[in-house]
Design a protein around this ligand. Structure first.
Ligand code: SF4
Length: 123
């Protein structure tokens, strides 16, 4: 990462971030982004929204060229458990909405019947 990227990142934090979230939220976001295939690991920018992640994960409200008055900071793919917020802005921007999350299968309860012991063939 060169000095131009460093300067842009600092400017993004200083100019674009209007309100900040708590450390726990920023940490959660950072962990999600680190595991995301849309993160450019060299510049630490999101390939979806071009934001600098070091500033973005801390932002509660941010300004952007599209919304200079501010928007609720969100993951554009809803990966921060914020799909509804992402879809709010996607609808405004005319983008296709994100689908609902795939429900997880219900946990399988432990069987009340103890497992059969081998050896007697069941007779
Ligand atoms: S903001 Fe969302 S899409 Fe971008 S890197 Fe983070 S998790 Fe991925």
């Amino acid at each position: 990462m060169g000095w131009i990227d460093d300067a842009k990142r600092v400017a993004a934090g200083a100019i674009l971030v209007r309100e900040k979230v708590d450390a726990e939220t920023a940490d959660y976001r950072g962990r999600v982004c680190t595991a995301c295939n849309r993160l450019d690991l060299e510049t630490l920018r999101c390939k979806e929204c071009s934001c600098y992640l070091r500033a973005k994960v801390w932002a509660k409200v941010n300004r952007s060229p599209a919304r200079p008055l501010g928007e609720v900071t969100h993951c554009p793919l809803g990966k921060w458990r914020d799909r509804d917020i992402a879809n709010h802005y996607r609808a405004i921007d005319g983008k296709p909405l994100l689908p609902p999350p795939v429900p997880r299968p219900a946990p399988v309860a432990a069987s009340p019947v103890p497992p059969a012991r081998g050896g007697d063939g069941g007779n």
